[in-house]
Design a protein around this ligand. Sequence first.
Ligand code: MEV
Length: 438
Amino acid sequence: MDTPVEGFSKLSKAEKIDWIASNFTKNPEQTKQLLERYWNTDKGVQKLHDEFIENTISNYYLPFAIAPNFLINDKLHAIPMAIEESSVVAAASKAAKFWLSRGGFKTEIIGTEKVGQVHFIFKGEFEKLERFFEEVKEDFVQDTASITRSMEKRGGGISDIELRNQDDNIEGYYQLHCTFETLDAMGANFINSCLEQFAKTLKEKAASYDNFTDAEKNIEVVMSILSNYVPNCRVKAEVSCPIEALNEDDLAPEEFAQKMIQAVRIAEAEPHRAVTHNKGIMNGIDAVVLATGNDFRAVEAGVHAYAAKEGKYTSLTHAIIEGDVFRFWIDVPLALGTVGGLTSLHPLVKLALEILQNPSAEELMQIVAVAGLAQNFAALRSLVTTGIQKGHMKMHLMNLLNQMGATESEKQQLVNHFKNQTVTNASVKEALQKIQSQ
Ligand code: MEV
């Protein structure tokens, strides 16, 4: 395929499939059948999915699972998770069960502030820009009244608009740094619409501001966009129990507690470990964020920036021993929504939110932070006791057997066999061959 395609988005779905299958796949007929097999049988639902994005040719499935028994602030939750990695849901469920009998998870919202910025170039004296800003600040709010009206009725809206001097970073660069309260909406559209209006107001007011020179009147707006760095939209989730209650593993409770503390300290101290440690946390966070139709890329970007806020990448979780009590917690920024976006459109997202009892955005933040903390507890617990591969490979066994084309009865026999054996690619292959040769 050497020539670019013209007007691909205007082709019908069948034409798009034809083009991709015949130009890029070895067996076009098989490709078409595969893509069709993944269509929803309900035409209405399929149309909905087709219209989420451009150029849809099929659906891409991920497993949708439930991790039950999460006791959060004394209320039981079953948490929906969308994820492909074998051991994540099992680990979450295990951690939930562990803490169920030890008081459960406690959470606290630290803030709900969202951020957006207008980035602009001003060629003049900062003091004059500051005076101008103070004089027109109210206009920014007034000019966005039609955008903010309904959000304000519900108690949200623009919280503040600040002029920031970034001239030390880039010559002539300044920002309107704006903060918002978007309630149960993630708020991206609301924020971006406000920002684009701020930008218009900024340019217009500057152009007619008598105290500016011609160069100063000509403010150049570079861009207006929300920031996914939301250090003041944060939630804390915690578990704690007497050390003696950490009594389920082969290790003595005191030794287990010390090892957990060391594991966390290492992640706090050393970026290579911190990244993997936080990746395990994101296994839990992303799975719930995805299941509830939220933007996991935004969450990922914001979380990792927060983890590096002191200039060095570090752990999102922390642990201490206070007297004879073990405490383990996460502190994480999460900008989430439970209204708008896909929340009322994607049938499984709707169901996930229903399973979570239709939470507010703040409640969802707490549930998601708990999923991250639980995942990290489960990972560290395995790492400092049995090692991660035992549990991971047990869960991965089914994938290996499926890859090797095992029948249902072979799978059953081998799942039994591997209850007490180490799962590796080679050991599974060998065991399967042995059964098949009998
Ligand atoms: C694997 O997806 C996640 C872990 O590597 C996390 C960790 O090491 O803490 C097990």
